[in-house]
Design a protein around this ligand. Structure first.
Ligand SMILES: [Zn+2]
Length: 94
C-alpha cells in the first residue's frame, strides 16, 4: 500500500472522530502510541512490534490529515533526492 492510500484509508476510518478531538488531543494519543512502540522494542517481541509500528504510522497519518499535510507529498519532497542535508544516498553527514 502506498503512503497516500494508507493516509486516505486512515481518514476514512478515523478522520471524523479524530478531527472532533482536535490536533492537541490527537497528538497526545500519538505520543502514547510511540510509548507503546518503545515498550515493544524493549521487549523485542516480533508480534507486538508489527502492531505497534502500524499503530504509530496510523496515528501519524491521522495527525497529518488533521494538520492538512499530505504525508506522501511531504516525504517525497524532503527525501526523494537523498539526505536533505548532504543530498547523498546513503547519508554522508557525520
Ligand atoms: Zn546527510
Amino acid at each position: 500500500m502506498e503512503v497516500s492510500a494508507f493516509q486516505e484509508l486512515i481518514e476514512r476510518i478515523y478522520l471524523t472522530r479524530d478531527s472532533k478531538r482536535g490536533l492537541a488531543g490527537t497528538h497526545m494519543w500519538f505520543c502514547e502510541e510511540v510509548g507503546e512502540l518503545t515498550r515493544a522494542l524493549r521487549r523485542g517481541k516480533r508480534d507486538e512490534l508489527e502492531g505497534e509500528f502500524a499503530d504509530v504510522l496510523a496515528w501519524l497519518a491521522t495527525l497529518a490529515s488533521i494538520a492538512g499535510v499530505d504525508l506522501e507529498a511531504a516525504a517525497t519532497r524532503k527525501y526523494a533526492a537523498g539526505c536533505p542535508r548532504c543530498t547523498k544516498t546513503p547519508c554522508a553527514c557525520h
